[in-house]
Design a protein around this ligand. Structure first.
Ligand SMILES: NC(=O)c1ccc[n+]([C@@H]2O[C@H](COP(=O)([O-])OP(=O)(O)OC[C@H]3O[C@@H](n4cnc5c(N)ncnc54)[C@H](OP(=O)(O)O)[C@@H]3O)[C@@H](O)[C@H]2O)c1
Length: 251
């Protein structure tokens, strides 16, 4: 099995690459920091390294042929690379916001579009899209990020329905706060509050195990930490809670 993981140089992507490699997969590792990718590749049985800026749409999908020559057809795509911007919307840089949208939404969809025809022809394959709880519980102070994660989650959920019976499975992942570089930096952007301290926090390895399980058992989605699943069933209450309990941004 050949798995391509975007954003594999650290955090959740690295944990997914390690988890699936431990299950016997060959992995293509995609991100910008070559040294980190090469170090990880050296620890895995069969890995191929690709360095790309995936926010640049001209290079977002141009690595697929090279990766398939190295490790065979891609059976599983993990659309994981992403960035987060937290701050007052009125002060935000529009270019940065639109770069986020390219990385978090346009590139994952390009990769799906590039790989799907061959997966359909083989009647097998898995597309995993790492969205966020921000898709189900949009957080004040993250305007572009919320837009990107709601966008990729909606596309991913609908694609699963479209592909039902085709042999190609789609998994949508909704992480809550995960203690990676992104998760830790995100927490620092808000004033400390009891609600934030009490919010459950997860770790990348446990999330990666759940994603592996969803791939193997063909589950439609992963919501982790599990308590966050309440947001899916009670969207109105979730909105009230997010508006009332999200602490102010640090200045
Ligand atoms: N941590 C959380 O609390 C949390 C919660 C919900 C959802 N998520 C989502 O989970 C995914 C992974 O997050 P994480 O916490 O693991 O974040 P992270 O620790 O910041 O890692 C992000 C990964 O994306 C890669 N990346 C960033 N910009 C890139 C670019 N322009 N081109 C190619 N690769 C790029 C980074 O590699 P390079 O810097 O080497 O390029 C890195 O491997 C993201 O989509 C994120 O939105 C995270």
């Amino acid at each position: 099995m050949h798995v391509a993981v975007t954003g594999a140089s650290t955090g959740i992507g690295e944990a997914i690459a390690r988890e699936l490699a431990s299950a016997g997969a060959s992995v293509t590792l995609v991100a910008r920091r070559r040294a980190r990718l090469e170090q990880l590749a050296g620890e895995l049985p069969r890995a191929h390294v690709v360095t790309r800026d995936l926010a640049d749409l001209t290079q977002a999908a141009d690595w697929i042929d090279e990766a398939e020559r190295a490790l065979g057809p891609i059976d599983v795509l993990i659309n994981n690379a992403g960035v987060q911007i937290i701050g007052a919307t009125a002060d935000g840089d529009v270019e940065d916001g639109e770069r986020l949208l390219r990385l978090n939404v346009f590139t994952p969809l390009r990769l799906v579009r590039a790989l799907l025809p061959a997966m359909l022809a083989r009647r097998s394959g898995v597309l995993v899209n790492v969205a966020s709880m921000a898709a189900l519980a949009p957080t004040p102070g993250m305007t572009y990020y919320n837009a990107s994660k709601a966008g990729i989650a909606a596309a991913s959920e609908a694609l699963r329905g479209e592909l039902r019976g085709s042999g190609v499975h789609v998994v949508t992942v909704y992480p809550g706060i995960i203690l990676t570089d992104m998760g830790e930096k995100g927490l620092q952007k808000y004033e400390s509050s009891l609600a934030l301290r009490l919010q459950p926090k997860g770790d990348a390895r446990a999330l990666a195990r759940r994603i592996r399980d969803a791939i193997e058992r063909r589950r439609p989605r992963v919501i982790y930490p599990r308590m966050n699943a309440l947001a899916r069933w009670f969207p109105g209450t979730t909105r009230l809670v997010m508006d009332a309990l999200t602490p102010p941004l640090r200045t």
